[in-house]
Design a protein around this ligand. Structure first.
Ligand code: ZN
Ligand code: ZN
Length: 361
């Protein structure tokens, strides 16, 4: 067993979906049931501009943490959607000023992620909701892969919409390359955490006559999930367990896993600077340059593995393991692809391990 395998606990969760508190079709009871069915450990519902009056807490086997998706509803088009979590007081009145909003979340010790930062145009959905205010600072990360945002862009006809409502897996391929490139640019300056989600509304879309049957929560919760590594196991104490989740998300100790192609549980990506390196670096960690870093990735099923440095592929293999010695500063991250439904599809997107030159004070 690798040291990191014994030190870190792993939990899978789903972030970013909507309930009856905004424009989703499912109640909290329904989404909790669906999460239990999908065997998730935690869920973070993010209703639009509403910090809903539901308490955080364990609901059976699922830890429910209430988040929110905030945007300025008077702005046309309604760009700049911010996913927030870990706040106790409403912040949507800051929505007109994205920086003030991000600062207000941080002041409460909360987390913020830019939702669907780039959206592609779809002939069927006339509106796009990208992030446009790129002067903002201090947010925790971005939503690297939004399943619904991706899928809706493939809808070019009524027939495509109908097929998509039955079999979205035939369409979904992975994060947009332009979002991956954006993320790689952002992480050259500072760590920026990637999360993934479905943005599921379960029937709020009207795609043909069967729209109400499209994307049940139990299905969405098996698509793009965010898996976390925590230093301590959940113990049933809400404040402890909540901090395990938020601590992992804040630190980038997580990956985006498209579990529909096979569970991504068990994925690991770590780096060690040899003997004497007490604890291996995991996703989200930063190590000083100067010593070679032995990077190793392990995936639970055979896949096409690609290691990237500063957004450029530097090693590739087919199998369950990839090893590479990193001998310079850079932002190292791993992607895994699996063949499914006639093409390669994105399966795992790790957060990076950062190797930085020691900064002079
Ligand atoms: Zn949104
Ligand atoms: Zn949303």
């Amino acid at each position: 067993m690798k040291p990191t395998d014994t030190l870190w606990r792993e939990y899978s969760g789903h972030i970013h979906f909507h309930t009856t508190y905004s424009d989703g079709s499912g109640s909290f009871e329904e989404v909790v049931r669906a999460a239990q069915e999908a065997r998730l450990d935690f869920i973070i519902p993010t209703d639009h501009n509403a910090l809903v009056p539901e308490p955080d807490g364990w609901r059976g086997s699922v830890l429910l943490l209430v988040g929110e998706e905030v945007n300025d509803k008077e702005r046309e088009p309604e760009v700049n959607h911010l996913l927030v979590a870990g706040i106790e007081r409403e912040v949507f009145h800051y929505a007109k000023e994205p920086q003030a909003l991000i600062d207000a979340v941080a002041a409460q010790g909360g987390l913020s992620f830019l939702a669907h930062p780039i959206e592609r145009h779809s002939r069927y959905f006339s509106k796009e909701f990208p992030w446009v205010d790129w002067n903002v600072q201090g947010y925790d990360g971005i939503e690297l892969w939004n399943f619904m945002s991706e899928c809706k862009a493939y809808i070019s006809s009524k027939l495509a919409g109908l097929l998509l409502s039955f079999r979205p897996q035939l369409f979904a391929r992975g994060p947009w390359p332009e979002v991956l490139a954006l993320w790689d640019r952002l992480t050259t300056h500072r760590p920026v955490v990637a999360i993934g989600g479905s943005d599921n509304h379960a029937g709020a879309y009207h795609i043909g006559p069967l729209a109400r049957q499209a994307f049940p929560y139990a299905f969405a919760f098996r698509t793009v999930n965010t898996h976390i590594l925590t230093p301590e196991p959940f113990n049933g104490d809400l404040s402890h367990d909540r901090e395990q989740v938020y601590g992992a998300l804040r630190a980038g100790h997580c990956w985006v896993g498209y579990d529909l192609l096979g569970s991504t549980a068990g994925f690991r990506f770590h780096g060690s600077q040899g003997r004497g390196d007490g604890q291996a670096a995991i996703m989200g960690d930063t190590r000083p340059a100067g010593q070679p870093l032995e990077l190793e990735a392990f995936v639970p099923r055979r896949a096409k593995l690609r290691l990237l440095r500063n957004g450029q592929p530097i090693a590739q293999t087919w199998g369950r393991r990839l090893r590479h010695t990193a001998d310079g500063p850079g932002v190292y991250r791993l992607e895994a692809y699996r063949w499914a439904w006639g093409r390669w599809r994105g399966w795992i997107f790790s957060n990076p391990i950062y190797v930085r030159d020691a900064q002079a004070p």
